[in-house]
Design a protein around this ligand. Structure first.
Ligand SMILES: [Zn+2]
Length: 151
């Protein structure tokens, strides 16, 4: 065994696997492009990811973004709109119905505009971390009978 081998950084998975930088993958997903190549489209319709990248052929059907994109949208847009509401209320003292007319549509519009890029970013993160089959192996189902205590 050579000394070079022992000084390599610890890696998980096969050594031949290509690098998947997390930041670059998330950024490509935020731009609604394939996290693998950055040129193919990630979505075929609103919030509907493609099964396979048209440019590089990467299998993107493994994505399981689930509830994380809406959670992130609520977290981010909630802070922006509530902060905006509080700042405008400190300056102008508008009636509540005026705030609803201003901030209701802004909240709805910004949520609709941001949820697809955020979902793309989540898919990019999952791809970079080789989650849910992106690493070449399927997820194992949680089987309560498979492990744990036995009687
Ligand atoms: Zn691609």
């Amino acid at each position: 065994m050579s000394s070079d081998h022992s000084q390599e950084a610890m890696r998980f998975g096969a050594p031949s696997e290509a690098e998947r930088p997390v930041g670059r993958s998330i950024m490509r997903g935020l731009l609604n492009t394939c996290p693998a190549c950055g040129s193919g489209r990630l979505f075929r319709a609103f919030l509907k990811p493609v099964d396979r990248c048209a440019a590089c052929g990467e299998d993107l059907s493994h994505q399981r973004s689930d509830d994380l994109p809406p959670y992130l949208v609520i977290f981010i847009i909630g802070h922006v709109t509530v902060g905006g509401y509080m700042m405008t209320d400190m300056i102008w003292h508008l009636p509540t119905w005026v705030h609803m007319v201003i901030w209701g549509p802004i909240t709805l519009l910004t949520a609709l505009l941001t949820i697809q890029p955020i979902k793309g970013g989540v898919i990019g993160l999952q791809w970079a971390l080789r989650m849910h089959g992106f690493g070449g192996h399927e997820d194992e189902l949680d089987d309560p009978d498979a492990g744990g205590y036995r009687e």
